[in-house]
Ligand binder design. Sequence first.
Ligand code: MLT
Length: 392
Amino acid sequence: MKINSNYLNLKDNYLFADVAKKSSEFAEKNPTVKVINLGIGDVTLPLCPEVVKAMQYAVLEMGKKETFKGYGPYQGYDFLRSEIKNYYARRNVELDLDEIFVSDGAKSDVSNILDVFSKENSVMVPDPVYPVYVDTNVMDGRKIQYINANEENDFLPLPDKSIHSDIIYLCSPNNPTGAVYNYKQLKQWVDYALDNKAIILFDSAYEAFISDDSLPRSIFEIEGANKCAIEFCSFSKTAGFTGVRCGYTIVPTELTFEGNSINNLWFRRQSTKFNGVSYVVQRGAAAVFSSEGMNQVKENINYYKENAKLIAKVLTERKIYFVGGKNSPYIWFKCPDGITSWEFFDFLLEKAYVIGTPGSGFGKNGESFFRLTSFGERTDILNAAGRLKNVL
Ligand code: MLT
């Protein structure tokens, strides 16, 4: 029996596990201190009333013989996929129901999709990047090439035509930087993918934070993307589903490689390895798209965006370079005095009792940068902003 030795090439710990360990060590040593956690991007506001109502009703249905449900459809219930289809139609993106796959979240699908691609493919990821894209490819032993995201390109790298890659990861609004691609920039990526017969894996988990209508929320708003892209989205950040678990993946029927439909391969993979998301959760997710549901989740998103403004104000006042925080829940800023990200992590924890995420955990270009999330409660954010102001 042999293990998958690619696992030995991974870093010892998943980034957020490292942050959690350091934070709990500090809390143990300093039991009277109130530490504010703006590290992992986890929501703090509860589910909105429309979602709760729909889930409660669904639970009652499950408790009655006439309305009880067993296994659901592999791709998700039509009632939810129709809502997703209509949501995209509002941005003039026409989808077929067959192109929509309901899942338990973007993180799972962005990893699982690799099942349908050869391990011989080369992979391109921006640096800094959400560590899941890198780690899942290391697990499979794929060759990874990095493209630099940095201050010069405002953390929005564009394709380098001299480098070929088969699988490209893009995330916009970006995790960790909060930077957002515009139409022209995304078009360059789509053209590059088409020229290279490559596929773009587009993570749009933070699309609901875009309030600037001139920015694309979906890669499928770009012409040609249905021939070269898959999109992953989630209710986690949009509607507070981090603990509930629901997301969706769009695999266009026009997407073919070597004469094979990726949509068919993905259906084959999902129907073999996944039994779907629970009926109750899918009812809750569908309620997000009702007009009341939309208003309620928007209210929550605006609350987080107001939080982001409060943090951004401190950085502006202190003349610290940052991106994000406008169309994104993440604020990505330069550590003062050129200190490393982990040094700044310790400094902020010890002097301000605030936890953030060290930029270097997202890649070498993240060194000397730091990420704060705006998902905290308002009083915590106000306190964190005050403490940040004092120590910066
Ligand atoms: C993050 O903090 O980057 C996210 O919460 C991670 C995730 O969504 O899995």
